[in-house]
Design a protein around this ligand. Structure first.
Ligand code: PLP
Length: 362
């Protein structure tokens, strides 16, 4: 019966717009080993809790701060909510606001609503990076933090985090970097950009192992510069041996912790570099093949996300979906969007382009 339901899911080999992928086989093994652990009760699941600390250290090391404090969350949404919550709790102002780029993921809208924090949206420049001047304009006495995106959901663009870091220090506000997608990509590209804790103004970061970290779902990660942010999230837990809990969810899995650890140990930074290099080769191939059909990218892809200008993006997306292919469409600018995850290889692109030709002939 389960197989029948599962058979209705679209296979990853036809999904060209997901930020998730087939987990690494070693992640699946590790996941199963930790299937019954509950990190909501770390005094019982002591080994799992110790493993989580080690994974946080390893991810911190990747982001130039092995002493960062945080935990493995359910995903980027929880991580972003927790960052805004910590900022709000640390800077007690009457009507708090946070300035995010217009390109920010919708999880910030959820955070704003839940936390009663006004989410102000800053304009983007011609390259779809946040306009730092507009961020500055939106900051006032009630601003508790600003946000920069390192790997935007739509285009994979990287905001000028260095400038945002300087601005955060100058205006005494926190800076959260959402690298839910880019965190496991940017360190392995030869880009000359600083985007992480190496910048003094960066207070917190989101980085999701269940995206380009090849871990099992759910596995997100929130990291803070120091313990004070976690303390701002703590609530008392009278029924448990441990006294406080700072995660958003109560009962929570250790599966993502174990699978992240396994993949990071198994691949190492060099292994990830190879994965990212391959994704970039396939991304360039997609640009070339779409170019043959007359499509032009909105920006030259920086990471393995690419959008092609297309007035009929939504119609084409719907037609492809009817034919069993999944791509996404964005509104502003109107474009077809692709995320070239490790499951998207040269053969998948060739098959997709053939289908695309049929759709365009229609
Ligand atoms: N932040 C960014 C930049 C994202 O692209 C996403 C998801 O696409 C998220 C946050 C939310 O992550 P999740 O879906 O794991 O909650």
């Amino acid at each position: 019966m389960l197989e029948e339901f599962k058979s209705k899911d679209i296979p990853y080999s036809r999904v060209l717009s997901s930020m998730c992928t087939i987990p690494h086989p070693i992640a699946v093994k590790a996941h199963v080993e930790f299937i019954n652990a509950n990190l909501g009760d770390p005094a019982v699941f002591r080994g799992s809790a110790e493993l989580e600390k080690e994974v946080v250290r390893m991810i911190g090391e990747l982001l130039h701060h092995p002493n960062a404090k945080g935990y493995i969350a359910s995903g980027g949404t929880e991580a972003n909510i927790q960052a805004i919550r910590a900022f709000r709790n640390l800077k007690r102002v009457k009507k708090p606001n946070v300035v995010v780029p217009e390109s920010a993921h919708f999880s910030f809208d959820k955070a704003g609503e839940i936390l009663r924090v006004e989410i102000r949206k800053a304009k983007l420049d011609g390259e779809f990076r946040v306009d730092v001047g507009d961020v500055e304009r939106l900051i006032d006495d009630n601003t508790v933090g600003i946000v920069g995106i390192a790997g935007t959901t739509a285009l994979g663009q990287i905001d000028p985090i260095e400038e945002l870091s300087e601005l955060a220090l100058e205006r005494d506000v926190f800076l959260h970097v959402d690298s839910a997608f880019g965190g496991f990509v940017i360190p392995f590209l030869d880009l000359n950009v600083k985007f992480d804790f190496e910048l003094e103004g960066v207070s917190s970061m989101t980085i999701d192992p269940h995206k380009m970290g090849l871990a099992t779902i759910p596995a997100g990660c929130i990291l803070f510069r120091d313990e004070s942010f976690l303390k701002a999230l703590a609530v008392k837990t009278p029924y448990l041996i441990t006294e406080k809990q700072y995660s958003l969810t109560g009962t929570r899995p250790a599966t993502g912790v174990a699978s992240t650890y396994a993949v990071m140990k198994y691949l190492g930074f060099e292994g990830f570099r190879k994965v990212v290099r391959r994704c970039m080769e396939v991304t360039r191939y997609l640009v070339e093949r779409m170019g043959e059909l007359g499509f032009e990218p909105v920006i030259e892809p920086i990471m393995n996300i690419v959008c092609f200008k297309c007035e009929k993006a939504f119609e084409i997306r719907n037609e492809l979906y009817k034919r069993g292919w999944v791509v996404s469409a964005i509104r502003n600018p109107r474009a077809l969007r692709f995320v070239v995850m490790p499951h998207v290889d040269f053969e998948v692109i060739d098959k997709f382009v053939e289908e695309m030709k049929n759709v365009l002939r229609k």
